[in-house]
Structure formats: C-alpha cells, structure tokens
Ligand binder design. Structure first.
Ligand code: ADP
Ligand code: MG
Length: 738
C-alpha cells in the first residue's frame, strides 16, 4: 500500500506543524531601554543629521532642494556625498544601494561595496556624488512593457532628495527613481513625483482665490495596513500559500468571524511581541507607526502610521512591509499581505487616507472657522468629488489587479463600484448650495444667507460624519479615505491617479471660475456658480447607502456607474480617451509610458492566474485525489468486511450509507480530474495568444473560473474524508492556531 503510506506522511506534516505551534512561546524582543523619541530615525540621514555632517553650504542646498522638490546637480551631490559617507561609515555601513520601486511588487536593491582601489593598489572606502545622483543598474529583467529592448537594457536611477537616505543592516539605501536609457519612467516613483508637482501647481492656483500666502501644497497620506499572520510551520505545509500567497482550497471553518470577537480584541502574546519588534525597527527608520489592533477576521491585524507627505508615506509603507516580512520570520510567523488569502472571510486592504496641506499649515479638506475658509474647504471637497465622478473608471483601474479582484465586491469589502460618501451633514450642505445658487446675479441677501450656512460647518466634522464603512471612497471628517486599494499594492498607482485626477480637475475649476469673473461677476459668486455646476454634475457618484448591498449594484448600473469585475477590462480603462486626456494631458506619462504600464499589468495578471492554476492543478491531482482514493479504498474494504460478517438483510442496512459515501467521493474525484484537464487545455489555448490583452482576457474568462469550480469539489471532499489523512492544514487550524 504505497499510496496510503505516502499520504499518511503528508498528513503527518500537517500534524507535526500543529504540534510545533502548540508548543511555541512568544519570542523575547530586544527593545532599546529608552523612550522612542530618543532613538527615532537613528538610521536615517535626516535634516538634523545633515546639519551635523554637511557643510553649511551643502546643508542649505539640500534643504532648498527638498522644499522646492528639485534634484541636485553633480557638484552639489559631491558635497552631500562626503558628509553622507562619513555618517554611513560611522554607523558601520559597508555597502550602498539605490532603492527603487519597479513595476513588480515590492522594492528593488542591488548592493555595491564602498571599496575602490586607491593609490598603490591599496583598497579605500570611496563614495562620490556621482553615485548619489545617478547609477546604472543592469535591470534588464524588470518588466518594462516593451520600453526597453535588451540591447538598451540599462536603466538609470537617481536620488529623490525628498525621501531621505537610510541604513538597513550595513547597507546605505538611497531612495531613487528608475528611468530607461531613453528617459521613460520604469517605476512608480517618477510618475508619483510628477503627479505631486501637478497637484501642487493646481492647488496653489486655486488657493490663491482665498489666501495669497499659499505658495506650496503637498499631498498627505496615512496608510492603514491590514495583514494576516500565519504560523511558519503551518505555512510550509500549505504549498498554495507558499507559491501563490493565498489558499486555493479549504472549507470554511465552522466558526470564523461571525461573532466579531477578534476585532479590537486583546492582542495575542506572540503577535504582540512581533508587533513591538517591527515597530521598533520602523522607529529606527523614521517610520511613525502609531496604531495597532486586531482586525475583523481571525488572525487578521492592522497597523497605521501618522500621515506624512505622500512620497514619503509610500516609501515608508513599502519599507514597512519589507520590515514586517523580515521580522515575522524571527517570530516564526509569515505575514500575508495578499488581499484575499482565505475565501469566505474578510480580505485585507490598505486604506489610503488622503488630503492636501498648504505651506501655511492648513488642511484643505478640513472645515475652517469662518465662511471664507469654509468656502475654500467646500471648493476642494467638491473638486475632489467631481474628479472621482469624472475619473471613476480610471480610479478603479488604479486599484484593480489579480489579487485585489478576489477582495473587491467580496465579503465585507468595498465594491468594485467607485462611489463617494460624504455623510448626511455635507450632503445637505451640497444640496443647499445647489438649490440656492442662481444663474442670475445674486442679491447681497442671497449671498449672505449662503455664506452664513457655510460658515456654520462645524470645525470638527470628524464626529459628525456618520461613518460608512462600506464606501470605497469616503470622507472621514478631514480627509478622504480611498479604501479600495489592496493590501499588497504599492499605493503609488492609486495615488498617481488620484493626485492627477484632482490636479486636472482643479486646473479646470480655475479656468471655469476665471471665465465667469471675466464676464463681470465677483469672485465668490463665480466660485459658487461653478461649485453648483459641479455638484449637479457629480450626482451619479455620490452614494450614502450600503455599498455592500445587492440593491446598490442595480442602482449603480442604472446611474451609469459600471462595475467591471474583469481585471484586464478594468485595467484597459487607463487607455480610454478620458484617461489619456488626464494622465498624458497633465504630463504624468507619455503615450508610450502609459501603454507599457498597462502592458505590464496585463502580463502580471496572466502570470498570476497561470501560477494559481498550476498550483491548484498539481495539488488537486497529487494531493487531494490520492487522499480521496485512499479513504475510498478503506471504505470499500469496510463494506466488503461487512458482507463477510453479516447476513444480507443486516448488510443492506449497514452498508447503504457507506456506499453512498463511496459514490460521492468518487464523483467529486472524477469531477476534479475532469475539470483540471479542461483547465489545462484552456491554458494551452490561452498561452499561444500573442496579444497580451487578449491573452489576459482568455485567462480571465476561460481559466480563472476553474479555480473556483475545482476548489468547490475539493472543499466538499475535505468535509467527508477522514481527518487523519487530510494532507493540508485546514482553515480552522490556519486561522485559530497561534
Ligand atoms: P480609522 O481606522 O478610524 O480610519 P486610523 O487611526 O486607523 O483610523 O487611521 C487613520 C489614518 O489617517 C492615520 O494614518 C492618520 O494619520 C491618517 N490621517 C489623519 N489625518 C490625515 C490627513 N489630513 N491626511 C492624510 N491622512 C490623515
Ligand atoms: Mg480608516
């Protein structure tokens, strides 16, 4: 009985993993015995360190470059490099790397030692400005969507001065943009910086209507990061988690999140040590993590930092995910950033809390204290709403990908329809403006009444916004919260689109207001008229109800807010005429860059479905079917035995149920085998398609549906096959053992 033995062994891996977990103790964490503020950012070459290590002149230059969003020239870089090297070597660094965000997930680094040959072949530590401002990693294996042919495979990286250099271990990390030999962006950072600069320009122009002192507007971002923790031993017993980052099978646990008893519950001890450990690492790198709690699903958690300037917040989120992955290993955990690692329970998101702030210290999405600042608040609020209304499909494209597609529209997750929630107070306010503003010249009394109304917006809307957790884009008192962004994503993609859409909208607003002013109306009246127009034009996107409900799906489609769940189709919206007008029109991408990005997304999607389909096929055929057959064989033997001992009447009575079970198992096994074969055939057909969009569509429509179908049969088998020989850790074990 070879098969039986083998599969007993697979199941043994599952049981030995469980035994390992039962015996685990929390790992003791080494945390500096000082208050956080004393070691915060100790591994970052931030302004205070620059002031200490750089010459007065160099310090002034960098500070100015940071404030104005400029880059350094070679000579300036040389001056900075000298001080930077001194600091780095004092901290024990031996290598440096240009740290960048390629279009894959995560970040990239290639380390080079400081050593060079000096005089008389003697090795010396060297680090010049040239290395700081530019380096040429041979990065030909990164996806470029066809921008680089291999003969021009080199890309250039250059320091983004607005994000400070930091040290991890013994490596000095320089945050950089990554562009091709011919100047096209190959990363997320280059276009993100462009979008921020456009937002700055557009928002400053509009602020000028209200306050002449505003000369700079920055985007702000606070990223809530959700994740799951799984014990390492159990993780290794699940090849689907290891290879595809999510479970491709597994029957729902009898109890999971029904009682919501995990949410905000007391944090398990082992998890607490992990949290303290990664938070400490984050502090040393100047990442302001502040909030930690249990999330809704079992073994699901969240952390959130204090918000920062968007570029820095994105770098910090990428860095934080990296740190969390590394630190988790010390605690014998694996952290799952996948948006939907487990079917049937909540997935993970990365809520992007987004706003704009001026150099004068005003949050543009926070109501002020008087009618003037409130008109400014209303102006920005309405323009954001209008931007989301007009760029609905583009915004969805920016968050849609293979892994997030399992979450959006799923169990208690934002729907794949992008709508805006503002709360009842502001809904009334917007309705009021739309009703009271008239096309004709308004009387002073009318204007006063309007302004009085606006003046009454409470300064603290935070407590007034009845929180709607089901909205993908919600106003939460002093910021918008874009909740559709996936937990594993680099939020640059979403931020590039949001910044650009709002910038584009604000440019238009300025034009619209100015043209009314030219006709002889005063400024406030012109602003009111344009706001009214925008409010009326944005009705379709405003929704206060339950975003999870079926009724909303129907209503949304009636409103013309389409819900595309196909990933490639959704991604293709980047290339609609409207999207091009926004993204190319504002100079964030050129045509080639935009097309290549979309190309990369199609390919990523296809490859991910392909991997999942292969992993599921292998597991189904190599693990599940043999296990089912083993159990079935034992039932057959059992039935035969009954026949030997009992008379016919007694036998019929006893064997009936067992026979039925044999038939059920046999049917599921045959269905699995048949479906896996069909799926492989569909893959073969899809693989020969040349056009990457059509190929992705074939994977979406013809391959992806099999994943669900096959797992359904496997999950049924899991319920009836002998627990002792089931080869993979079950949901109840993955989710409740820690
Ligand atoms: P909740 O779960 O209630 O939404 P959290 O405290 O978990 O709240 O996260 C809120 C996030 O929003 C934090 O990262 C916070 O710093 C951020 N935030 C607050 N104000 C702003 C703002 N003006 N701009 C951007 N992010 C902000
Ligand atoms: Mg939130």
């Amino acid at each position: 009985m070879f098969a039986k033995k083998t599969y007993k062994k697979m199941a043994e891996l599952r049981f030995s993993a469980l035994r390992e977990v039962f015996n685990r103790e929390p790992v003791e964490v080494k945390i500096p015995s000082k208050v956080v503020s004393e070691y915060y950012a100790e591994n970052v070459f931030d302004l205070p360190k620059m002031e200490h290590y750089l010459s007065k002149e160099a310090y002034k230059i960098v500070k100015q470059a940071i404030n104005e969003g400029k880059s350094l020239n070679r000579q300036e870089a040389d001056m900075v490099a000298t001080g930077l090297k001194a600091w780095a070597i004092e901290k024990g660094a031996t290598h440096y790397t240009h740290w960048f965000h390629p279009l894959t997930e995560g970040t990239a680094e290639k380390h080079d030692g400081f050593i060079e040959y000096g005089e008389n072949q003697k090795v010396v530590e060297k680090f010049s400005g040239e290395v700081l401002v530019q380096s040429e990693p041979d990065a030909s294996s990164f996806p470029s969507g066809g921008i680089r042919n291999t003969f021009e495979a080199r890309g250039y990286t250059a320091w983004d001065v607005s994000s400070p250099v930091f040290i991890i271990g013994t490596t000095l990390c320089i945050p950089t943009i990554f562009v091709s030999y011919t100047g096209e962006a190959l990363d997320f950072k280059a276009p993100l910086l462009k979008s921020l600069s456009q937002l700055d320009k557009a928002a400053v122009d509009v602020c000028q209507y209200f306050d002449k002192d505003v000369t700079r507007v920055i985007g702000t971002l606070g990223v809530e990061q959700e994740y799951f923790l799984i014990d390492e031993a159990l993780y290794y017993a699940r090849p689907d988690l290891v290879l595809a980052d999510r479970t491709l099978m597994g029957h729902q646990s009898s109890k999971d999140q029904q009682l919501a008893d995990h949410y905000f519950g007391s944090i398990p001890e082992r998890v607490m040590s992990f949290m303290k450990d990664f938070e400490c690492e984050a502090y040393k790198l100047g990442i302001p993590v502040k909030t930690r709690h249990n999330e809704v699903a079992p073994n699901q958690f969240e952390c959130a930092p204090i918000y920062e300037e968007i570029n820095l917040a994105v770098d910090h989120n990428q860095l934080l995910m990296d740190i969390m992955k590394k630190v988790a290993r010390r605690h014998k955990f694996r952290v799952l950033f996948h948006e939907k690692p487990f079917a049937g329970i909540n997935g993970s998101g990365k809520h992007n809390n987004w706003s704009m702030a001026t150099n004068t210290g005003v949050n543009l999405l926070s109501p002020g204290k008087n009618p003037k600042t409130n008109l400014q608040f209303l102006t920005f609020l309405v323009n954001v709403i209008k931007a989301v209304n007009d760029n609905n499909e583009l915004l969805r494209a920016s968050v849609m990908n293979e892994s997030n597609s399992y979450r959006l529209g799923g169990h208690e997750a934002p729907p794949a329809i992008i709508s805006v929630f503002v709360g009842s107070y502001l809904t009334n306010m917007l309705e009021n403006v739309a009703a009271k503003v008239t096309e004709r010249k308004m009387t002073p009394a009318q204007k006063t009444e309007l302004k009085l109304g606006i003046g009454k917006i409470p300064g603290i809307l935070l407590d007034n916004t009845d929180r709607n957790r089901t909205s993908p884009f919600a106003f939460t008192g002093n910021r918008f919260e874009f909740r559709a962004v996936g937990s594993s994503a680099n939020c640059s993609a979403a931020m590039i689109v949001l910044n650009t859409a709002v910038a584009h909208q604000l440019f238009q607003f300025k034009k619209d207001v100015d043209s009314i002013i030219k006709k002889g109306r005063n400024k406030d009246e012109a602003i009111f008229q344009v706001l009214k127009k925008y409010i009326l034009e944005s009705q379709k996107v405003l929704f206060e109800g339950d975003g999870y409900s079926k009724e909303w799906q129907d209503e949304a489609s009636e409103r013309g807010l389409c819900s595309i769940s196909s990933v490639p189709e959704s991604v293709s919206m980047y290339l609609s005429e409207k999207s091009k007008e926004v993204l190319i029109g504002t100079g964030i991408f050129n045509e080639k860059e935009l097309e290549s990005r979309v190309e990369v997304e199609y390919e990523k999607f296809t490859k991910k479905v392909q991997i999942e389909s292969r992993v599921l096929g292998d597991l189904a055929v190599n693990h599940i079917i043999p296990t089912a057959v083993t159990y079935m064989t034992s039932l057959v033997e059992n039935v035969r035995g009954l026949k030997e001992i009992f008379n016919d009447v007694e036998y019929e009575k006893l064997a009936g149920v067992r026979k039925e079970l044999i038939v059920t198992i046999s049917n599921h096994s045959s269905s699995i085998k048949k479906l896996v074969n069909e799926m492989i055939e569909e893959r073969k057909k899809a693989n020969v398609i040349e056009d990457s969009y059509k190929k992705a569509i074939a994977y979406e429509s013809n391959v992806k549906p099999y994943l669900e179908e096959i797992r359904n049969h496997i999950d049924k088998l899991e319920l009836i096959v002998d627990n002792e020989i089931w080869p993979l850790p079950k949901y109840r074990e993955l989710l409740f053992t820690r």
